[in-house]
Design a protein around this ligand. Structure first.
Ligand code: AKB
Length: 324
């Protein structure tokens, strides 16, 4: 029987690197990684391909060389960068995703079975209009009318993936599409770039480096977050779940929703000299104001047992600042 592989696109991004570390810790070596940059942990994988998800020749080579069981399609341009470069964002986030879905459909056809594909979506698919909505836990079917390029790209791809799972393509070939709408993710060992939720991980990293931080959104701002171990746990749990239990394709997950001031107050318990200043970027502020204050993740909890292991306090004491 042919050896089965896992394909990870965006392998050197934050989720990619942490996912590779997870697989490697479980002894999983059959990983094919694709990214424009080499991941730091490339010695833990079978083969790294340096290139773009828009490169048809490269995708066709990868498709012909390997039999894939699962695909984690993580490559994307995040929200702040997408607003500044809408054309590139459309190419990478939409056209690139369609190419990866097509690769999954080819694999499904060759293997005569549904290929599992994991797609990370985002709270950017929501668009809140006022402060009252910030106080309501937002469920998957509420307020999905994104105004950012990134949110629109993600919602569009969610819908294509869901349709390919349900209806299949014109040849009746289906994929097994599984998607999480992530809140901001905070990692202790990697740094995000191009996102709008980056203020929290940047603030924490600055504190650890004994530097001050100038925050680009106001002190009252509040969006949901989780820490990286919970994000990885969510991906693994969702991908491992028996398909018969999954009534939906797209799920919210969350853990805590502090304001910028609450982040600051927690950080100074560990780094009492940490200085936070503000230099508001109106465009980024507007994006944060439009994202949920609280997420409702009860559907993920009911259908596949999702529950964050790290709450706000524990994230700092047992993960982010655990070595202090
Ligand atoms: C971003 O800020 O763009 C991402 C996200 C919340 O999807 N971190």
């Amino acid at each position: 029987m042919a050896k089965k592989f896992i394909l990870i696109t965006g392998a050197s991004g934050e989720i990619g690197e942490n996912l590779i570390n997870y697989f490697s810790s479980k002894g999983e070596k059959n990983i094919i990684a694709l990214d424009i940059n080499k991941p730091k942990n490339s010695n833990s994988i079978y083969k790294f391909y340096k290139g773009s998800i828009l490169d048809d020749q490269l995708l066709s080579k990868i498709n012909s060389l390997y039999v894939f069981d699962e695909i984690y399609h993580l490559a994307a341009i995040l929200s702040t960068k997408a607003e500044l470069n809408p054309k590139i964002a459309q190419e990478v986030n939409v056209e690139g995703s369609i190419k990866i879905f097509n690769l999954a459909l080819c694999q499904s056809k060759q293997q005569n079975k549904k290929i599992k594909i994991f797609f990370p979506s985002s709270i950017a698919v929501y668009n809140l209009k006022n402060n009252d909505e910030k106080k309501i836990p937002i469920s998957e079917n509420m307020l999905c009318n994104p105004h950012t390029v990134y949110g629109q790209n993600k919602l569009y791809c969610e819908n294509i993936g869901t349709a390919l799972d349900y209806y299949g393509n014109e040849n009746n070939i289906h994929i097994d599409f599984r998607c999480i709408r992530f809140p901001g993710i905070i990692s202790a060992n990697t740094t995000p770039s191009g996102g709008t939720s980056d203020y929290a991980p940047e603030m924490i990293k600055s504190a650890k480096q004994l530097k001050s931080y100038s925050c680009y959104v106001s002190n009252y701002c509040k969006i949901p977050f989780i820490v990286m171990p919970d994000a990885i746990d969510g991906i693994i749990k969702l991908m491992a779940c028996n398909k018969s239990k999954l009534i939906n394709n797209v799920y919210n997950i969350t853990s805590f929703s502090p304001t910028v001031s609450e982040f600051h107050n927690e950080i100074i318990l560990y780094y009492k000299n940490f200085i936070l200043t503000y230099n508001i970027n109106n465009q980024r502020q507007k994006i944060i104001d439009s994202w949920p204050g609280i997420l409702n993740d009860s559907i993920a909890n009911k259908q596949w047992g999702w529950k964050a292991k790290y709450n706000f306090k524990k994230s700092f004491s047992d993960y982010l600042f655990s070595k202090l």
